[in-house]
Write a protein that binds this ligand. Structure first.
Ligand SMILES: [Zn+2]
Length: 279
């Protein structure tokens, strides 16, 4: 375990350094906590055996020392995380990006206190700490939490996110699959209204209007089902509605119709998809 930073050192750290340290310490706490549980169990068994063989009190103390040390270390680490969080509050706060995972929906938040993040597994992305909120919102794109980034335009919400969990980043390095189309990609016959590739939040480029219609029907049918059965949070449905609007807009522009006309025209696709996937 590296030496813990003191109050004076913390006061000199950048927001990014503070949050990186906090994330590292939280990982250490998690590791030590599981190790602590195992050791305690092991020592419980061992000391039971030792007692049965009438070990001296000194020997017993030696045996029990390890779980006690671990518990003390965990307390020290927790105190340091509290100090780091305290420094964040003392400076009036800064944006701290955290990802939450809820089933197949991952959302990016700009604060650890977001109500939509309550009770969910969190991944801190300290490399974004203290960056301007607009910049974070744009990077969050398809993952932007509606509560944390209420002003992000919907066409940006439907873009592939650049805020990845460490596991996703690692996977992307291995598979080489980037979430957004590269600038060197050949020109597309079908694009969004800005002439950019039409990218779904999971990084798939929709190259034809048929692919976009299919994707639209899939999401619209899913929304219909979740709306009727209340199986999904309001913010997750809202994100999907934003995506549907983005797809619909591109399809309508491509076919030269209004949004309303296009929505009506696609209704039979949505109905068919609803019956197929959810009927
Ligand atoms: Zn949020």
């Amino acid at each position: 375990m590296a030496r813990l930073p003191g109050a004076r050192q913390i006061a000199r750290m950048t927001p990014q350094e503070i949050d990186e340290t906090a994330a590292r310490l939280e990982a250490e706490i998690a590791e030590l906590s599981s190790e602590h549980g195992r050791t305690e169990q092991l020592f419980g068994q061992t000391t039971g055996v030792a007692a049965a063989f009438a070990a001296s009190e000194f020997q017993m103390q030696l045996l029990q020392g390890s779980p006690r040390d671990q518990a003390r270390k965990i307390d020290e680490l927790r105190a340091c995380v509290r100090q780091l969080d305290g420094e964040h509050d003392r400076r009036g706060g800064w944006a701290r990006v955290v990802l939450t995972v809820d089933g197949d929906v991952t959302l990016a938040h700009r604060t650890l206190d977001c109500p939509a993040a309550t009770g969910l597994e969190r991944v801190r992305l300290p490399q974004w700490s203290g960056r301007p909120v607009d910049e974070i919102a744009e990077a969050a794109a398809g993952r932007a939490c509606a509560a944390c980034f209420p002003d992000l335009p919907y066409h940006l919400r439907a873009r592939a996110t650049r805020l990845l969990t460490p596991a996703e980043s690692e996977q992307r390095q291995v598979t080489g699959v980037a979430p957004a189309a590269s600038a060197a990609a050949p020109p597309l016959a079908f694009t969004n209204v800005e002439g950019q590739p039409l990218v779904t939040p999971d990084g798939q480029v929709l190259r034809t209007v048929d692919a976009a219609v299919d994707e639209y029907a899939r999401h619209a049918a899913q929304i219909r089902w979740h709306d009727a059965h209340g199986r999904r949070s309001a913010s997750a449905i809202e994100m999907q509605q934003v995506l549907c609007l983005y797809l619909l807009e591109a399809i309508a522009a491509h076919r030269g119709t209004s949004l309303e006309a296009q929505e009506q025209e696609l209704e039979r696709h949505v109905e068919a998809r609803y019956r197929r996937d959810w009927g």
